[in-house]
Design a binder for this molecule. Structure first.
Ligand code: HEC
Ligand code: HEC
Ligand code: HEC
Ligand code: HEC
Ligand code: HEC
Ligand code: HEC
Ligand code: HEC
Ligand code: HEC
Ligand code: HEC
Length: 389
């Protein structure tokens, strides 16, 4: 016990001395330009990974940049923002991603533009996020990248590695509401036009109000493995895509919307043709109307919207005319919409249906009755005849 105490005192002094010198060196380093200060700023033991404070000591400084060809890349990293990021929270080190840097001066950078530099990080997330990395390799963005389109997004275009916050709730295991609301803006950095349409649609405006029942970009397209939406298969699948929610009784009653839309669609001439067509020619594009031909895709509005709603005959007519060029004002009336015929909607169809509902069983039933009684009579007659013979 005693021995230990005696030994500790000088030890503390040595440590304090070194610490003091270290701090002095650090203070000097902060005054001098980073390049000059580098040699004295080396708190990292041989073979050990430099910690984040080492890097941030220089990188929190405002206004420093790196010239890449004719462009200049700001290299300031805000320590507060970084500290709040999921990676900092999970103790991921700067050098876990910047694997080639352990000291200053840094290794030479050959990239001649900022995009070139960013592209060198294409695989830097793979080690820890293998699932997303693998999924992304099957998507449209990777295909575009492979074809030489350098504007296709890298992981870091959608997730700023230095500020990315947690998006999957730790207890829920699901995407947080805040993250979900952010998705369209993430895609909007490149798909501006689509975003503009979506933003004002019935789905997009509800999402902006915090409604998580409506579809956002990734519900219809996927996230990391986005498929090509211009294929015939994707087009033909539209009714199923929409029906995923619009067939859901519990979800739709919240909004007072009919869940009959898929059924009534399938049983009308367009839907029936689509269904038959798909059976006969799997994989080919149907020429009849699918949901999006009438409702739109990114710009879907409330059907009774006075300006764009398709419950308005002239708006609907414009949609029909794309495929039925000769259609005139009362043409849309040929389509019963998603209504089941009822005494209020399409009463004639309703009563004709009703008539047939009873008439056909009555006629068929009558015939069966007639045939059965006839057979009975014949048998009875034959038996009688046999007895008499
Ligand atoms: C002594 C100050 C200093 C330290 C310590 C430092 N950097 Fe830098 N870093 C700079 C300066 C200045 C630039 C920009 C110009 C240049 O490269 O000279 C830079 C550039 C960079 C760049 C962009 C281009 C390149 O050169 O790769 C990255 C990435 C980077 N630093 C990461 C790190 C990481 C990670 C650490 C910690 C291991 C670190 N830095 C430690 C000063 C420093
Ligand atoms: C999760 C991985 C990851 C971590 C952790 C990380 N970086 Fe980066 N860093 C990147 C990627 C990827 C880039 C490439 C540029 C881009 O696309 O944003 C980058 C770019 C940079 C740049 C160039 C300027 C810029 O913002 O593009 C600097 C400087 C830098 N990092 C410093 C740091 C420092 C300092 C730390 C630690 C405090 C750190 N990084 C932690 C992945 C990471
Ligand atoms: C050294 C390992 C490591 C590297 C490299 C790394 N990450 Fe992470 N990342 C983590 C850990 C650990 C988490 C915490 C949640 C988890 O386990 O998925 C995380 C979380 C995330 C999240 C939030 C996920 C959630 O569950 O909320 C995103 C997004 C993310 N990282 C993107 C990236 C990107 C983009 C890169 C490459 C630029 C990258 N990461 C590189 C370790 C890493
Ligand atoms: C085009 C934008 C985009 C690109 C590129 C992208 N992500 Fe994501 N990522 C998202 C969105 C949006 C989410 C939210 C998940 C959702 O919508 O279900 C997400 C979710 C995540 C998560 C949380 C867990 C999960 O799977 O939901 C991680 C981790 C992640 N991404 C890592 C990566 C990595 C690593 C890469 C590169 C291989 C990458 N992301 C590329 C947009 C993107
Ligand atoms: C950094 C830019 C960028 C970001 C961010 C981005 N994309 Fe893309 N996207 C592209 C490029 C480039 C292409 C390929 C060229 C094209 O078809 O427009 C593409 C193609 C697509 C396609 C195929 C288009 C077609 O006509 O075949 C879809 C679908 C798509 N992106 C959806 C998304 C979604 C959803 C998000 C958000 C989660 C997103 N993108 C984020 C750049 C981006
Ligand atoms: C309700 C489902 C749905 C939502 C939500 C959705 N899309 Fe689409 N998207 C589709 C369908 C269906 C197509 C194919 C359109 C066609 O058949 O012409 C498509 C096509 C695309 C295309 C390629 C052709 C074009 O029209 O530009 C891109 C890019 C795209 N979507 C991006 C996005 C982005 C970005 C968002 C979010 C702002 C988004 N989508 C939201 C269903 C959706
Ligand atoms: C993720 C679930 C989901 C998907 C997928 C989805 N919707 Fe919706 N849709 C909703 C919800 C929820 C509402 C109600 C929003 C509100 O009123 O605030 C809605 C509203 C609508 C409306 C407005 C009805 C009215 O007049 O009020 C139409 C039309 C519509 N969706 C058509 C479609 C079409 C077409 C597709 C496929 C391209 C589709 N939806 C895909 C959830 C979905
Ligand atoms: C995307 C193209 C497309 C759109 C939009 C479209 N139709 Fe059609 N429609 C077709 C095709 C193709 C057929 C032929 C189907 C068959 O042969 O069974 C058809 C058949 C019909 C028929 C059956 C009688 C006939 O002429 O063969 C009626 C009635 C009809 N459509 C009404 C409408 C109405 C009303 C609208 C607008 C609300 C509309 N259609 C929108 C493609 C479309
Ligand atoms: C031929 C054009 C056409 C097609 C195809 C079509 N719709 Fe409609 N839809 C309409 C019209 C017109 C209305 C408004 C009048 C009505 O309710 O019938 C409507 C109404 C709706 C409504 C609002 C229902 C309510 O309760 O107010 C939803 C949701 C909807 N459609 C979704 C879909 C879905 C999902 C599909 C594909 C499975 C689809 N529609 C196919 C024309 C169409």
């Amino acid at each position: 016990m005693h021995q230990r105490k005696r030994l500790r005192t000088p030890h503390i002094w040595t440590v304090s001395l070194f610490l003091g010198l270290g701090l002095l060196a650090f203070a000097l380093a902060m005054f001098a330009s980073p390049a000059q200060a580098a040699p004295s700023l080396h708190p990292v033991a041989q073979g050990e990974k430099p910690n984040n404070d080492f890097c941030l000591a220089c990188h929190q400084e405002e206004g420093i940049d790196k010239s890449l060809g004719s462009e200049s890349l700001p290299v300031t990293i805000n320590p507060t923002q970084f500290g709040l990021s999921v990676h900092s929270e999970e103790d991921v080190l700067c050098v876990d991603c910047h694997v080639d840097i352990s000291d200053y001066p840094h290794p030479e950078v050959k990239s001649k533009s900022i995009r070139d530099f960013q592209l060198t990080f294409a695989d830097s997330c793979k080690e820890c996020h293998e699932d997303q990395y693998t999924a992304a390799h099957d998507g449209v963005h990777q295909t575009a990248m492979d074809e030489g389109d350098e504007n296709a997004p890298l992981c870091s275009d959608c997730h700023n590695p230095h500020t990315q916050s947690r998006i999957i709730g730790e207890t829920s295991g699901e995407l947080t509401i805040a993250a979900r609301k952010e998705i369209p803006a993430t895609c909007a950095t490149c798909h501006t036009e689509t975003f503009e349409l979506y933003k004002n649609s019935v789905h997009g405006s509800a999402l902006a109000d915090g409604n998580t029942d409506v579809p956002t970009c990734t519900d219809c397209h996927g996230v990391h493995n986005i498929g090509d939406p211009t294929t015939d298969a994707f087009h033909n699948n539209t009714p199923a895509l929409c029906a995923d929610c619009h067939d859901n009784e519990e979800l739709m009653t919240k909004y007072g919307l009919s869940t009959n839309v898929l059924e009534t669609y399938v049983s009308d001439f367009h839907g029936t043709t689509t269904t038959l067509f798909e059976k006969q020619f799997p994989g080919q594009k149907v020429n009849t109307a699918v949901c999006s031909d009438c409702h739109g895709v990114h710009d879907i509005s409330k059907t009774d919207d006075p300006e764009t709603g398709i419950a308005m005959q002239e708006n609907l007519l414009a949609k029909c005319q794309r495929c039925h060029p000769d259609a005139t004002a009362n043409f849309p009336a040929a389509w019963m919409g998603h209504y089941e015929p009822s005494p209020e909607h399409y009463p004639i169809v309703y009563y004709v249906n009703l008539f047939y509902t009873f008439f056909i069983p009555a006629v068929l039933g009558g015939m069966v009755f007639f045939i059965l009684t006839d057979i009975y009579r014949r048998i009875v007659n034959r038996v009688k005849g046999a007895k008499h013979a």
